[in-house]
Ligand binder design. Structure first.
Ligand SMILES: Cc1ncc(C[n+]2csc(CCOP(=O)(O)OP(=O)(O)O)c2C)c(N)n1
Ligand SMILES: [Mg+2]
Length: 626
């Protein structure tokens, strides 16, 4: 066997030719043939051994998102492949090019209820952009090339099911069809640079001429087009509203941006979209339709490299199908400068007030600590080129608003799939791609405990990922959703606490516990300096609401219903919210801005004392550190 070139050897060699240098996976009897080919090439392709196949697929997504290159993952047959499914879905919804290879039972036993006999390709049918069974050793090169090319072109998951017997078979065994002439497939691939027709660009410029209230909505497709976006904003006097997946397309301290939008967004972003008379969408299909301008309110130019996406969320007057940077470069010389700067100035004034409000919320000394505090503290300890991975939960709100992404930083999270437990795998993928950069995961205790085993992957592969876990012993976001969207008491959301410090130490890594706001920055700094992976456990207030920038009447009514209906610890929740709003009376950007200052001060101290008394009588099962 030693001298035979197997079908797996051919497959892995082909991946190397495609420039793949890292694969994420977990072996099994359904994929051992591939493992041997990887073993023989370990000097050319590194293998990151995860503890759960979902993490392999999600790490491949993280790798792809932060490098723009193909992420590759593998699993054994059915159970391993099933574990990968959510990662493939993530790749589809997040637009990440990945290739997943799964084992499959012996080719001549498929469909006989044999061990792990499942048509894994059928299972992946709804998620994969390319999905094939390898039908013989001779088809490996053809399908690998097409799978890689399709994943990169469509920015989605390709999948190959590899029957066990073929994996270890001689690459030239079996019958080769005479027309399957070897050497006729290629790894040559160059992504095109697309620019719309000149007439379409002219039409866009004409549409925007004379508009004085233009807003720009930028998303993941605008990443890498930061300079052009800022020039567009300058030319049109237009604030740039960022969909969360486009958080790193321009820095948060840019004078042109109003930051994020939707539930986790800022008030100036909401104002900009509510008041604009023209909208330029650049690389975004932001799904929160209620935050777009109302139909008929604003004319719209949309730039997207996928024509099917244009007009998906908002009516479009001039569709511009092209790449963000190239299209903007072609469009900019055609645009008149908008000399009326009032709309941009209003956004900039609004952001001054908003940042002051964020600072106020993030520097509170309250105990238990407010979850905004650790997110804000990160700004002190992040490197200029840090990679930050977020997660699903109330943690999304804190990272969206409190963490200021600077020019060379990168940020992503599972923003359209909204999967929990994507943060750590994305971090693994990012750190594997960039061993020298600081990689920080900002996550919740629900997400982290979902894939906790893979912290050991960081230890095993010396990936110095730093994890900040907001420990509130509850599935915080769902608790608030149950109350604010449905008016129901929270149910089934609290979690038995875990001592993450002991856990990290048991893994042979660093663990730090923080509960006092004043100690946050130093604790984080120590963890960032540590030469290895670390978990920073921050005990936070489970009753801090992820307040939308503008609170709607229906939300207040529902919350009131939920409290009336018997939400646990309702007195504390209500009192804490009243106190929070009163404390923000001096900020126009806060819902509390309507309350007269003098009244607010007195009322806040009364509410504060009442909150402290109420907390003493709470059911403390869900308190941090319990
Ligand atoms: C895989 C998956 N399961 C469930 C959900 C629904 N969900 C979204 S956020 C969330 C709670 C997250 O809790 P945690 O990680 O503790 O963060 P917190 O909200 O407390 O900040 C849940 C259950 C989801 N998005 N993904
Ligand atoms: Mg939580």
């Amino acid at each position: 066997m030693a001298d035979t070139t197997t079908a797996s050897d051919v497959l892995v060699d082909r991946l190397v030719e495609w420039g793949v240098d890292t694969v994420f996976g977990l072996p099994g009897d359904g994929i051992n043939g591939l493992m041997e080919a990887l073993r023989k090439r370990h000097d050319r392709i590194s293998y990151i051994h995860v503890r759960h196949e979902e993490v392999a697929a999600m790490a491949a997504v993280g790798y792809a998102k932060f490098t723009g290159r193909l992420g590759v993952c593998f699993s054994t047959a059915s159970p391993g492949a099933t574990h990968m499914l959510n990662g493939l879905l993530d790749a589809k919804l997040e637009g990440a090019p990945i290739l997943a290879i799964s084992g499959m039972t012996y080719s001549d036993l498929i469909g006989t209820s044999y061990l792990q006999d499942m048509n894994v390709d059928y299972m992946f049918n709804d998620v994969a952009v390319y999905n094939q069974r390898i039908m013989s050793p001779q088809s490996v090169v053809n399908v690998v090339d097409y799978a890689c090319r399709t994943a990169l072109t469509e920015r989605g998951p390709a999948h190959l099911a590899f029957p066990i017997d073929y994996q270890a078979a001689d690459a030239e065994s079996g019958q080769r069809f005479q027309r399957n002439v070897p050497g006729h497939s290629s790894t040559a691939y160059r992504p095109p640079v697309r620019v719309p027709l000149g007439s379409d660009l002219e039409a866009a410029a004409e549409l925007l001429r004379g508009r004085t209230k233009v807003a720009i909505l930028a998303g993941a497709g605008a990443r890498g087009a930061g300079r052009e976006l800022e020039e567009l904003a300058e030319r049109l006097g237009a604030p740039v509203v960022k969909a969360m997946l486009g958080k790193d397309c321009i820095p948060d301290d840019s004078p042109y941006t109003t930051g994020s939008i939707a539930l986790v967004g800022t008030r100036p972003s909401e104002d900009a979209l509510e008041q604009c008379d023209a909208l330029v969408i650049v690389g975004s299909s932001m799904p929160y339709i209620e935050y777009y301008p109302s139909p008929g309110q604003a004319v719209c130019v949309q730039i997207d490299d996928k024509p099917a996406r244009i007009g998906l969320r908002h009516p479009v007057d001039v569709p511009l199908c092209g790449d963000a940077a190239a299209t903007l470069r072609a469009l900019l010389p055609l645009l008149d400068r908008n000399e009326d700067r009032a709309f941009l100035t209003q956004a900039q004034e609004g952001m001054k007030d908003w940042w002051a409000l964020m600072e106020e919320r993030s520097t509170r000394e309250d105990m238990p600590m407010k979850p905004q505090v650790p997110a804000w503290a990160l700004n002190e300890v992040l490197d200029d080129d840090a990679i930050v991975c977020g997660d699903s939960g109330t943690v999304t709100t804190w990272v969206a608003r409190q963490v200021k992404v600077r020019k060379d930083m990168r940020f992503s999270f599972s923003g359209t799939n909204c999967s929990m437990a994507a943060g750590l795998p994305y971090g693994i993928g990012a750190q594997a791609a960039y061993p020298g950069r600081q990689v920080v995961v900002f996550t919740g205790d629900g997400s982290l405990t979902m894939q906790l085993g893979d912290f050991l992957t960081c230890v095993q592969h010396r990936l110095p990922v730093k994890i900040v876990v907001v420990k509130n012993n509850t599935l915080g976001l769902i608790k608030w959703e149950q109350m604010v969207f449905l008016g129901n008491p929270e149910y089934g959301v609290n979690m038995a606490p875990l001592d993450f410090v002991k856990f990290a130490e048991a893994c042979g890594a660093m663990g730090v516990h923080v509960e006092k706001p004043g100690e946050c920055v130093d604790a984080m700094r120590a963890a960032m300096a540590y030469d290895g992976p670390a978990i920073i456990e921050v005990a936070t207030d489970p009753h801090e609401p992820p307040m939308p920038a503008k609170v709607k009447k229906a939300q207040v009514t529902k919350l009131f219903d939920a409290l009336k209906a018997g939400t646990p610890n309702r007195n504390t929740i209500a009192l804490q919210m009243v106190k929070d709003v009163l404390d923000e009376s001096s900020f126009d950007a806060s819902p509390g801005g309507l309350i007269p200052d003098s009244f607010a001060k007195v009322a806040s101290s009364v509410a504060g004392a009442a909150t402290r008394r109420s907390r003493k009588h709470d059911d403390h099962d869900d308190e941090p550190g319990a």
